[in-house]
Design a protein around this ligand. Structure first.
Ligand code: ADP
Ligand code: ZN
Ligand code: ZN
Length: 735
């Protein structure tokens, strides 16, 4: 028999299978991981196909050396998913495989953890101890008595409690035997399913949602439930049902909200059935959790984006929580959209896919409206509390009144009241992005592109304003074109400055900060949250890291310092993102018995985003936004495609992009009606890690699949070893 093997070379451009002979002694199956001779080395590979013959001459044909695991690490479903991803995203096989199989496993860097146990041999149980141990050898007798009573015990434990010399002696005399048993490194030991974690009786709106979902067989649901409506409980019921009918489940959450709290809830409810896949786990833990899934010991995979590739079979339900979250789009190689992969797996398994959010993406809601997804709504909070009251503060008035500080007078007085009253506050400052928008401090005017209706970005090196969508350039403003004020603001206040200010306001209170700078070490994220939850600190200042999923019952005030920051980000989704962020952050207030308040500071108090957000009117916001999208031909009425070309040489990048662009334009000119826009330009960030970056941007409005295929083909055609080319669909980030 012959096996087609794909070899795992980490840096190679080799993306093809090689034929190897299969020795009769090997019980080989498709999908197994094997060791093969390759050149002068011995490397790992995966069996893609088994066949009867090869074109290779017998003297060239080498044989597989060994099988590495004894089971197929790529299941039939994964083979099918691999084909899908190759076709859809033009990925290399090896890149897809790397998504499927944890890096810890490849290259055998992590081994099973074995623990040694020592026990008394059977035959000695029925013999008088005097016959094999002298009366005077007390230490040895103690060991044997203990093992007789307790059975085989961990060797380490025995050595700690008894004489190691005695144990050694008994092993040497074959009175004790030693065996090694694999132990799984399991993160987050099980909690009991009580109190906080108990199964709840569903509220009427949870019940209605749950029943709508389970009555369907193979549908995609958009579960639109306001913050605190209890979506997690609905998910868990669906997972329970899957388990009860002998099936498995996948539950995805954004990486950032994969907190110990979430793990605990799932562990408490589902015990050892749950495996957690999370970048914060140790390599050994991740390896073991993955193997518990593929071996069928665990049936529920909980994790961030990449958990969609969890090796579970016979899936009963797939859940994507916070479906609007941008982390579900993979933005580096290999690029893919999580919901498309999820959809594919749901289809393969004939199961439901549930996408849940308090603030669905405009695209998902549009599909729900069109009937492509089924819409299920939960409009009441579990605790029947109203959503927190939102106060919008006009910062241009603060400025006019002589307040140059970061906090408005309203937010300051609310802070004194909240902290003074022994409650807690969350202060949110969104620092997403790196370059700032340009705005007039006197009237709130924001510089925008004439052609794209997106905010311009200040480029310090050239002192120019640029549109990141069409590449248009404008000169930097000295005075505001609307009111002639010279007070033009660019740059922003950072979280650190807020902490300083708060420490001055509350010298005897602890202020916590959570952002990228304070969460570099492994547990820092959890430590900050725990410290805040235990009420040691009065105020938590943070970036969008604090926006998600945390339940702090004593938080009565949420301050949003600069709401406009994401609003004027250079993106057609900036309104949507702002709405989502405000709603998520506001949802942190008044989760429990105490009512919550939100103070939102903005220079554009009349912007529709704030009006709708203040009223919790998602539908109103959606209607407004979808009309704009239709008018401007942005997704879901088009697909934005970016072909990104990078190279160490500016000229190679240029030449490659030019060819891609020219060919694309030939096609665009034939099918004009399918395109809203096509242009080539330098990328906004012209160089990253000493590579020059150039891009082509295209907006496809009709015959999308065809046009996409065409662009992929053209890009593949001009791929060369001097420049790297990637196709991105609706990227989150166009920098
Ligand atoms: P969401 O994700 O929709 O914002 P959660 O799932 O976090 O809301 O639920 C909010 C809170 O309500 C949690 O503390 C949860 O434990 C609690 N909860 C959920 N469902 C119920 C229920 N049926 N009865 C009592 N408490 C519930
Ligand atoms: Zn102005
Ligand atoms: Zn523009």
């Amino acid at each position: 028999m012959i096996a087609e093997v794909i070899v795992d070379i980490s840096n190679g451009e080799v993306d093809r299978v090689f034929d190897y002979a299969v020795p009769d002694s090997l019980a080989l199956e498709r999908g197994m991981r094997v060791s093969v001779p390759f050149g002068k080395r011995e490397i790992e590979g995966y069996v893609m196909e088994l066949k009867d013959s090869t074109e290779l001459p017998a003297d060239k044909l080498k044989a597989i050396t060994s099988v590495l695991d004894g089971y197929a690490v790529i299941t039939e479903e994964m083979f099918s998913l691999m084909r899908f991803m190759r076709e859809k995203y033009h990925l290399r096989i090896i890149d897809v495989l790397r998504l499927f199989i944890p890096s810890q496993m490849r290259g055998g860097r992590v081994k099973e953890l074995k623990k040694q146990y020592v026990g008394l041999r059977e035959e000695f149980f029925s013999v008088d101890m005097d016959e094999y141990i002298k009366k005077s050898a007390r230490a040895q007798r103690d060991v044997c008595f203990f093992l007789m009573e307790n059975g085989a015990t961990s060797l380490t434990e025995m050595n700690e409690n008894f004489s190691a010399a005695a144990i050694r002696n008994l092993i040497a005399r074959d009175i004790l035997y030693v065996t090694s048993v694999e132990v799984k490194r399991s993160p987050y030991v099980q909690e009991s399913g009580e109190g906080d974690f108990a199964v709840r009786e569903l509220t009427p709106s949870q019940k209605a949602a749950y029943e709508a979902i389970v009555s369907a067989k193979s549908a995609t649901f958009l579960l639109h439930g306001i913050t605190g409506s209890g979506k997690t409980e609905v998910y868990m019921r669906c997972i329970s049902d899957a388990l009860a009918s002998g099936k498995s489940a996948i539950m995805l959450v954004p990486e950032i909200s994969l907190t110990p709290q979430v793990f605990k809830i799932f562990k408490a409810r589902f015990g050892d059935e749950v495996a957690i896949l999370h970048s914060g786990l140790s390599a050994g833990e991740r390896f073991d959790e993955w193997r518990r899934l593929i071996s069928g010991q665990a049936h529920v995979a909980v994790g961030a984006r990449s958990a969609i590739f969890a090796p579970v079979a016979n899936i009963g339900v797939i859940i994507i929580d916070e479906e609007h979250d941008s982390s579900y789009v993979s933005e580096s190689n290999p690029r893919y959209q999580t919901y498309e992969v999820a959809d594919r797996r749901a289809e393969y398994n004939g199961c439901n896919l549930i996408m849940g959010s308090a603030t669905p993406s405009i695209e998902s809601y549009y599909y729900a409206r069109c009937g492509k997804y089924r819409l299920v709504e939960m409009n009441t909070r579990v605790n029947e509390r109203a959503l927190p009251e939102m106060n919008i503060v006009d910062m241009t008035k603060e400025y006019a009144a002589g307040n140059n500080g970061v906090f408005s007078r309203r937010l300051e007085s609310e802070l004194y009241e909240c902290v003074g009253g022994g409650n807690q506050a969350i202060i949110f400052l969104n620092r997403r992005g790196y370059s700032s928008y340009v705005m007039c401090r006197s009237c709130g005017y924001v510089a925008k592109c004439e052609r794209c209706d997106v905010s311009l970005v200040y480029h310090k090196d050239e002192n120019m304003l640029k549109c990141h969508y069409c590449g248009n350039r404008y000169s930097m403003l000295d005075v505001c074109p609307m009111c002639k004020s010279p007070h033009i603001k660019r740059g922003y206040v950072g979280t650190q400055q807020l902490v300083e200010r708060l420490e001055a306001m509350f010298p005897d209170k602890e202020i916590l900060r959570m952002d990228n700078d304070t969460t570099q070490t492994k547990d820092s994220h959890a430590r900050i949250l725990e410290r805040f939850a235990s009420k040691k600190a009065s105020v938590l200042v943070g970036t969008q890291m604090i926006a998600k999923g945390h339940d702090f019952p004593d938080v009565t005030l949420v301050g949003i310092v600069d709401a406009d920051m994401s609003l004027h980000f250079n993106d057609y989704r900036s309104s949507e993102r702002t709405y989502q962020l405000i709603t998520q952050v506001s949802g942190r207030a008044g989760r429990d018995a105490k009512a919550g308040k939100v103070v939102l500071q903005t220079y554009s108090p009349n912007h529709y985003v704030y009006r709708f957000a203040a009223n919790g009117d998602y539908k109103g916001f959606y209607e407004k936004e979808i009309n704009l999208r239709e008018l401007t031909k942005y997704p879901p009425f088009s697909k934005i495609v970016r072909v990104l070309v990078t190279s160490e040489s500016e000229n190679d990048a240029f030449e490659t992009l030019k060819k891609i662009y020219d060919d694309t334009m030939e096609y665009v000119n034939v099918c004009r009606e399918d395109f809203a826009y096509a242009a080539a330009m330098k990328s906004p960030v012209k160089r990253i890690q000493s590579k020059f970056r150039m891009q082509m941007l295209v907006r496809i409005t009709g015959r999308t699949e065809e046009a996409l295929a065409k662009i992929y083909d053209i890009t593949d055609k001009y791929k060369n070893n001097k420049a790297t080319c990637f196709v991105e669909i609706n990227p989150n980030n166009l920098s």
